[in-house]
Structures are given as C-alpha cells and as structure tokens.
Design a protein. Structure first.
Length: 325
C-alpha cells in the first residue's frame, strides 16, 4: 500500500514514544523500582508501530516479553505503561500484572510470560472474533524462540484449518535469549514454517517501519475479508540484552553498533526530512514534546500508590452467584 506523510509522521511519533518510555525504564529498573524482570524493547520499535498503525481499537493484541512496546503502540498511555511496570495503581491491571502479566481490556491487549502461549490465545480470540462477525481480528506478537514451541504449531494448524482472522507477527531479533537463531531454527526463514500449514508467510526488514506497515496493512485487509490467517516475520534487533543485567557475552560490540546504524527511528527521520521535506525544526519539536510527555508520565506514575494487600487479594477470587463468597 502507499503510505501517506501523515501515516509516517504518526508512526515516527509512536516509535519516539516507545523509545522514550523504554529508555526511562532502564534506570528505574536499576533502582529496583520495576517489578520482576524487564526486557528492553529499544531497537524493535518499527515492528509494534508498523503493525499497530492500521488496527482498530476493538482488535485483539496478544503479547509476551517486551509488552511495553506492543501495548503503547496499541493505545495504552505512557503513564499507564509506567504504572504497570512499576507496580502502581493506574496501570492496566493496577500494578498487579507487572512487566509481562497484565491485561488491558480497554485496549483489548493481553500478555503472558509463557513463551509461545500467545499463539494459542490469539487463535482462540480469532475464533471468537469470527463467530462474533464484526470484522475484528487478533494479532499475536512473539519472538523467534516461540517458533519451536508446541503452542506455535498447534495454533497455526488450527488457524489454518478454520481460516481464522489472526495475524502472527514473529519479532526475529536473531537471538533466543543468548542463542543465535541459526542454531535452533533449521529453516532459513521462520516465515517458511507458516507454509507447512498453508499460511502465506512474509519476511520483512523489521528495522524499516514502512516495510513492516505495508506488510501489516496488506495482511489486515486480507483478514478482514475472511481470508486468514497471515504470518509476518520481522527481522529486527534489540540494542540491549534479553533482560536488563544480561552479560551479553554471546555477541560483539561491533555487531551491536552495526545494527544501531540501521536504527528505525533515525531511518524514518532521514526519510521524512529528505523525501517528504518535513522541516528539521518540526521533527525536533515533536521529539522534544514526546520527551517532555514521557518525563511527566513517569513523574505521575511514581507518585501513584502501590496496590494494597487487601486490593490484591480482592482480585484472586470472583464471587459466583448462588455460592458463598
């Protein structure tokens, strides 16, 4: 599809926001303010921004590791992301979910920490969406390592048999934690695995938001016509370790720097300024505004209280009519 300047500016802003939040979560985690483990998303922003750019608010999105990027691209506010990551009231799950367990029903966003589990969940959501008949679709973000799980193969098989409206998005950052993909995936492209189930798989440059968005827009259009499922492999790269504190002794500094030169934000900034003649002052103003909003969102989140024990326990059991509470 042909992307307009307004589309590109919107995605540029989304990527700026994702990077701004991620960069602030690093020092917060080092101060032990982020709940549980933290998996940085910096470097992969083009995938979330490109895929979510053409989704409807009522579409489902399933995530696992690094949900802070996917959730914000789907519609969650910076403050909501900070609150959930910091375990504060005001997050999508009021701080009870933390970095990988939250549910945001307002944005139809769900995540879980079990590798590959989202593939099964998204297949179920897609089945529900098809039965509902309102044109909704489900999108599942997962990493390269998930392509070796049973859930992956079971989910794709069922989706193909039932022709469900689900888009599987593999964020191939080329490492399953510390192991290079080529050492645990036999296929040259992970997207090729979709073909074994009769699903059209496509591999794109995950550092180029235009290519991700074009592939996603085409897939979404097909799904809404009832011709699903679809599969996109976005080849991308995370700038930081699998988790904060990762010794990263499995890759070189030269490799990291090579990929930093392909930065998706810098890449789009250059194109906006060159091809689309967007004034440098306009782009700088947008960046400054996003940084200011991120600072304010972080400040508000840190001022919010943590959920009380009583509140946490009140979410464990659900009273059932006709039974004792």
């Amino acid at each position: 599809m042909e992307l307009k300047k307004s589309d590109l500016l919107k995605m540029f802003r989304t990527m700026l926001a994702l990077r701004a939040v991620d960069n602030r979560l690093v020092p917060l985690k080092l101060k032990d303010l982020v709940m549980d483990g933290f998996h940085p998303y910096a470097g992969e922003e083009a995938v979330a921004a490109g895929v979510c750019a053409f989704l409807r608010p009522d579409d489902y999105v399933l995530s696992t590791h690094r949900p802070q990027g996917h959730a914000q691209a789907k519609g969650a506010s910076m403050e909501a992301i900070f609150c959930e990551m910091l375990g504060r009231m005001g997050g999508p799950s009021n701080g009870l979910g933390g970095p990988m367990q939250w549910v945001d029903t307002g944005n139809n966003f769900f995540c879980g920490s079990i590798v590959g589990s989202g593939v099964s969940y998204s297949t179920g959501f897609a089945l529900a969406a098809r039965r509902e008949g309102k044109g909704r679709i489900a999108v599942c973000f997962f990493g390269d390592g998930a392509s070796n799980t049973g859930s992956f193969h079971e989910g794709l098989n069922l989706a193909a048999i039932w022709q469900l409206p689900v888009l599987y998005v593999c964020e191939n950052n080329q490492y399953g934690e510390a192991m290079p993909v080529k050492e645990f995936v036999s296929a040259s492209k992970i997207s090729a695995r979709a073909a074994s189930y009769g699903i059209k798989g496509k591999t794109v440059d995950g550092m180029d938001v235009k290519k991700v968005a074009a592939a996603a827009a085409e897939a979404v259009k097909t799904l809404r016509k009832g011709k699903g499922p679809a599969f996109i492999e976005a080849v991308t790269y995370r700038y930081r370790g699998h988790y904060l504190g990762d010794p990263e002794n499995y890759r070189t500094k030269a490799e990291i720097e090579t990929w930093r030169k392909k930065d998706p934000i810098d890449r789009l900034r250059r194109e906006l300024a060159g091809t689309w003649k967007v004034p440098a002052a306009q782009l700088k103003a947008m960046e400054a505004e996003v940084e200011k909003l991120a600072d304010e969102a972080q400040e508000r989140a840190l001022a919010r209280p943590k959920p009380t024990l009583e509140y946490a326990l009140s979410n464990v059991l659900v009273p059932v009519a006709g039974r004792d509470a």
